[in-house]
Design a protein around this ligand. Sequence first.
Ligand SMILES: Cc1cc2nc3c(=O)[nH]c(=O)nc-3n(C[C@H](O)[C@H](O)[C@H](O)COP(=O)(O)OP(=O)(O)OC[C@H]3O[C@@H](n4cnc5c(N)ncnc54)[C@H](O)[C@@H]3O)c2cc1C
Length: 413
Amino acid sequence: MSAGHAPSYYAATANAWESIPAVAEPANVDIAVIGGGFTGLSAALACAEKGFKVALYEAQRIGFGASGRNGGQLIPGLRWSMREIETEFGHDRAKAIFDLAYGAVGRVHDRIQKHRIACDLKSGHLEAAYKTAHFENMQRDAEFLARAYGWSADIVQPKDMRRHINGGGYHGAIYDPRGGHFHPLNYALGLAQAARDAGVVIYENSRVNLPDVKAHTIILATDTWMGELAPDLGRYTVPIMNYNIATAPLPHADALLPSDAAVADSRFVLNYFRLSADKRLLFGGGEKYVQRPPADIGAFVRKHIVKVFPSLADTAIDYAWGGAVGVTMNRLPHLGRRQASSGQTIFFAHGFSGHGALVTTLAGELLAEAVAGTMERFDVFASLPQRPFPGGRLLARPLATLGLLWYALRDRI
Ligand SMILES: Cc1cc2nc3c(=O)[nH]c(=O)nc-3n(C[C@H](O)[C@H](O)[C@H](O)COP(=O)(O)OP(=O)(O)OC[C@H]3O[C@@H](n4cnc5c(N)ncnc54)[C@H](O)[C@@H]3O)c2cc1C
């Protein structure tokens, strides 16, 4: 078990990583990165590769946040379909967004290969339709993506679902062979090792504030903690608590998910699941809009599991944990740059809205390009329209909660 992480399946199966002592005296560097998740690690590594002197500060352990606890689902693209993106932004902007967002798959694969990161990478992602109307919409999206952008995925008819899932009652799916899944904490630790090898000085157990760091440029990569460092930026996201479990290893695991794809369904509060390397079912389901966790996370998630796999009603759950997903108003990420009164330049990236496993690695690289003065690709994301949640500091979360509950209710109608 890797101490200092949430008590998850991932912490229990983490690759060796010695805890790094807390910062005593902040290093004198060009760039200070705050946050040791995928975004901060990718940014620090890419900055070091460009020749900058970099320090990374992590309040707890590398991968302590969402990056070390997520579903490990590698879902190409953003939360919006390319059809929605093109309708909203027109073809030229949509093409620039496509190149980056779908190109993120290749960036993650390159990192894993180049740095030999042992993180159980598997191919294949399935988006399963919860309702027939969802399937019709998903088919239109998939056909458009193939026709306009040359990104083809398989349309799986309801009668063929058993090739992928034995259970569920789903109404068809889209299978993307370029999606997949991985062990997220081991990917984060691998990125951290690569960053150290490239010269980044990493401090764990080091919760810092903006005035604590000495650097002309600061990269804020603290996702759901953003409000503690920059209260105005914190208003662009709300944290949605999401829960995961790992069953005991299953003797018939391959029969449940024969193609070994990662599956996410089309509900607003989605279920997502996949097999681990040691043949457990890893299942995420159920959200809470208050920070307090359910008294029994395993029982809370099991309610969702049995709807998909009734045969697992009594299967032992070995690990259960939760994490906060940083969600923006429009579910697109929020990247930007600002000048602090201290004269320091601050870059930030947060709010990946449940689609962060791939796009964060790309965002880190865009941050590094921007720090080096090349803004073009960074601006593709930084120019996406974003608004803070309404209601100010006290009311933003309750109002957002009401809105989210409404969408969750629509799944049940
Ligand atoms: C339960 C769950 C399931 C998810 N499943 C998926 C999935 O299957 N697929 C997918 O694409 N996305 C998924 N996501 C989303 C994805 O995990 C995130 O978008 C992504 O990990 C965000 O990475 P990050 O580096 O920006 O933030 P984080 O990983 O949260 O990192 C932020 C870090 O900043 C540190 N920090 C905070 N304050 C300070 C400070 N003052 N000083 C120093 N350090 C500080 C924190 O300790 C933390 O480690 C999921 C998220 C959750 C919570």
